[in-house]
Write a protein that binds this ligand. Sequence first.
Ligand code: PLP
Length: 432
Amino acid sequence: MEAKQVEIINLLKSHHKMFSEAIPLIASENITSPAVREAIISDLSHRYAEGWPGMRVYAGCKYIDEIELKCMEYVKQFWNADFADVRPISGVMANLVAYTALSQPGDKMMCMPIPQGGHISHNRTAKNVHGLNLEFFEFDENKMNLDVEKSIENLKEFKPRICLFGASVFLFPHPVKEISEVARELGASVIYDAAHVAGLIGSGYFQDPLREGADIMTLSTHKTFPGPQHGLVLSDKKDEELYKKLRLAAFPSLHSNHHLHNVAGLAIAAAEMIEFGKEYHGQIIKNAKALAKALDDQGFEVLCAEMDYTKSHMIIADISNFEEKVGLGADIEKKLERCNIILNRNLIPKDLKNGRNFRNPSGIRIGTSEVTRLGMKEPEMKYIAELIKNAIIDEKNEEKVKAEVKSFRKKFQKVHYCFSSKTKAYEYIEIK
Ligand SMILES: Cc1ncc(COP(=O)(O)O)c(C=O)c1O
């Protein structure tokens, strides 16, 4: 029997080793500090605490309540919000909490379609789980952003109950202010899904949706915000009726257990970002711009060059030029993975017209949150672009590129922008 356990532990160790020797560029991922890792393997992972602190349905919550209250306090401070519910266990669940609080099945919602960057929870979850009828904002492919005038026309015609901003392909701030004003006149509520850009928002670099017209901001706590995998709902409406609806949607409608270990981890990550967020998130954006420029210089078609590529942690490249030589998104993703460069394929707007789907799209999406947390800066971005060029354009031997990646990674083994970093970033911690 023990062999079965050993088998799994060995796979975990291999996974840790692989990441310690790779360049992690997935835009929706990040790495937590050793302190957050300590919190998420604590006894809280065994406990229940249904309800609100001080009004639990379980015993044994004395310290859990204190932790959850502190967590709410810290996240409200970081995002300058009046209300926080730290119980949603993921970004999808945070969106469902917001839909449930603001709408009934059969109501209408406007959002972004998936091929232009919308997330499955804006489309599939909203429709199939909560029963919303969807209409989409108009998208300007050149600006990789919403077309304000056409979206307002759609809005006036469709008259939705909810307007939802935010996306998984998110290079530039959405026109929340302009569109929210009209939405409000039409009686719609506004949700901003900040899953990707939440950290950048909290540190003051992207846009400030809660001041630009959003009633509710939902997020995942593990992308540009480097916390444990969890969700969060925030508001600054000073509206007790709304807050009550949100609380009731989170519990008892949508959660029982709310993963208390991650609440503790989130509190620690929020404390780190209150202290180090300005420096960290500023560097993430500098790195994204530097990597985009370097890839462009190396011969890749990075989208939105005329707008300096991005204002977030993310860049998108159109790799269809390499179709004959290497293949499309999925092939490039696999080739780079063999070289220990981890990023992902992505649909880009032109794919729809060309009849392509998510299995082999002509885009790749690259994020700089994790490499920045490992301490990398602009010179390292240049080198990463060179390694990607070696693999894709020069078709250099994959084993040779992999060896160069491994050697480069040796210098970047600690988590930065946190209070202490004794344990290596991808160290496998044995406690048995
Ligand atoms: C815009 C957006 N919203 C929500 C989510 C879902 O987050 P989670 O995976 O935490 O449920 C994602 C995930 O990537 C996302 O990109």
